[in-house]
Ligand binder design. Structure first.
Ligand code: NDP
Ligand code: HEM
Length: 482
């Protein structure tokens, strides 16, 4: 006798053997009546859920947000009130690679936070860049297809990537970020996070503001050069996952300072840039960052599948005091995430521990595959049986007037809207001489892949010349086209 527990089937019945199938004689064929063997093999065949269609490779950790400043004049959201502490789960990821792909590939990094607030889950599903490649969700699947694998060879293809980017000049700002060394962060701990979109905040009096979130790493920005990142790919595909897990296990808890930019509601209409265009930042000279708190990651997940793979973030999870903006990309995302979760995990994904809110749920939804949160009667509203009743006053402030013709069109231009003006500012005013050299080198390296045609390389030079003539010249030289 040992004090080890006895192996059981998933129904709790003692298992007959850990090693041997039921056979006719020692050499004989196996028997269908070996229910335990069949359960084991059948369950194994079903171990995977579909990987995320984007952001498949990642890792995450739990933590806590602490608000240190009073921003009640801007939002009544409880999680942002001074002194408030809110538990959170943060998942980092790469975008294009599959589950198991290397962490240090050049790519934006996902920075998805789920805040378990007293008023339900608030999900901020951002990236490590303040902007994105496109500004209309109509182009999202096309953009992703250009970054993923070809239909014929199943290989990734830089020609296809440059084809999409050069035909989509709105991508220039994000591609500039991507091609700097910030496209290959040293670790998830050493990068900033951004909410990226513009969101609506409203206070208890119903006054409205537009807001952008910036999460500034307290560890400092650290990046790999292209060559360093490539070397790490060869050594350890899970470098970022290992780094985060090890740091937290050793008590070295990473943290981020939470900053916001606030724009009074009325200023949006006449602002020099379209403030809802996801390819643009709000320059700090116009809207400085205000620190409101800090969050720290202090606990590793105990089960990767349950807590990271099954984590389901959705930009539509907005709590009272916070609303959507007319950003077309955000509008598209409000649909996309819960839709993919129903497909990837199942209709009751919100009942899983990592997704379940810490506040009570009183929903009229019921049943469906694998539910175990079964509500009591009444199961309809309105009812006279004392069931839950919605409180519209919680959302007073969310309303605003929008009018216009129903059309398919680009955003109406604001005074200084232009696809190149902000990446040009990055090149001219922000990047150091070394950053610029590395940017040129990284672009040249990427566009030198053998599949990139001579015609495409010319388009690449034109694209970068539009950002800045010196940048275009550097790329042309590097590609042997000057
Ligand atoms: P500022 O000089 O006030 O801000 C520049 C910003 O760039 C800072 O947030 C800085 O913060 C960040 N930065 C520094 N080095 C790099 C780098 N190598 N790659 C990317 N970002 C970097 O200028 P403006 O606000 O007027 O913006 C000028 C340009 O800076 C913008 O066109 C945009 O490209 C870029 N930028 C602007 C941001 C914004 O929200 N306004 C945010 C990030 C970039 P840090 O070093 O801490 O990242
Ligand atoms: C993941 C769609 C734009 C950040 C995903 C997933 C989908 C998706 C379907 C997989 C989710 C899952 O299976 O769990 C879209 C669409 C977009 C868009 C349709 C535009 C219309 C963006 C933008 C950002 C972003 C602009 C950042 C600012 C993320 C992150 C994840 C993700 C961080 C991973 C979330 C996680 O860790 O589970 N996106 N996306 N996406 N997306 Fe987007």
């Amino acid at each position: 006798m040992t004090d080890r527990p006895i192996t059981t089937t998933d129904a709790g019945i003692p298992a007959p053997s850990d090693e041997f199938s039921l056979s006719v004689g020692p050499n004989g064929p196996l028997l269908l009546q070996d229910h335990y063997l069949i359960q084991k093999m059948a369950h194994f065949n079903r171990e995977r859920v579909p990987e995320r269609v984007v952001h498949a490779k990642g890792g995450g950790a739990y933590g806590v947000l602490r608000i240190t400043e009073d921003v009640s004049q801007f939002t009544k959201a409880k999680l942002f009130q001074k002194g408030q502490e809110t538990d959170l789960f943060l998942r980092f990821s790469t975008v294009a690679g599959e589950l198991g792909s290397a962490d240090t590939q050049r790519d934006p990094r996902g920075f998805a936070i789920k805040f378990y607030t007293d008023e339900g889950n608030y999900d901020l599903v951002g990236n490590n860049t303040p902007i994105f490649f496109i500004r209309d969700p109509q182009k999202f699947s096309d953009f992703i297809h250009s970054q993923k694998r070809r239909a014929d060879t199943n290989l990734r293809d830089h020609n296809m990537q440059w084809d999409f980017w050069t035909l989509s000049p709105e991508s220039a700002h994000q591609v500039t970020f991507l091609m700097t060394d910030r496209g290959t962060p040293k670790s998830w701990r050493h990068m900033h996070g951004f909410g990226s979109h513009t969101f609506l905040w409203y206070n208890a009096a119903g006054e409205k503001f537009w807001v952008k979130y910036h999460f500034k790493t307290d560890q400092g920005i650290e990046n790999f050069t292209d060559a360093e990142a490539a070397a790490v790919v060869a050594q350890d595909a899970d470098h970022h996952l290992r780094d985060l897990n090890t740091a937290i296990r050793n008590g070295d808890h990473p943290s981020w300072t939470v900053n916001v930019q606030i724009m009074p509601f009325e200023e949006a209409a006449d602002y020099r840039f379209n403030p809802f265009d996801l390819t643009k930042v709000w320059p700090h000279g116009d809207y400085p960052e205000i620190t409101i708190g800090r969050f720290v990651l202090n606990r590793n997940p105990e089960n990767y599948f349950a807590e990271v793979e099954q984590a389901a973030f959705e930009p539509a999870n907005l709590v009272p005091g916070i609303g959507a903006s007319p950003d077309k990309m955000l509008q598209g995302r409000l649909f996309s995430y819960p839709d993919t979760h129903r497909h990837r995990i199942g209709p009751n994904y919100l009942q899983l521990p990592v997704n379940r809110p810490k506040s009570p749920v009183h929903s009229y939804n019921k049943d469906g595959a694998m539910t175990f949160a079964n509500p009591a009667d009444p199961l309809y509203a309105p009812n006279s049986a004392g069931g839950p009743a919605a409180d519209a006053s919680l959302f007073a402030g969310e309303n605003y007037r929008i009018a216009g013709e129903i059309i398919r069109s680009a955003y109406a231009r604001h005074r200084e809207d232009d696809d190149f003006v902000q990446p040009r500012a990055l090149w001219e005013n922000v990047l150091s001489e070394t950053d610029r050299e590395h940017l040129v080198g990284n672009i040249v390296g990427h566009a030198s892949a053998p599949e990139v045609t001579a015609g495409m390389r010319k388009r690449v030079v034109d694209y970068w010349t539009n950002v800045h003539k010196d940048l275009g010249q550097g790329v042309a030289q590097g590609l042997g086209l000057s």
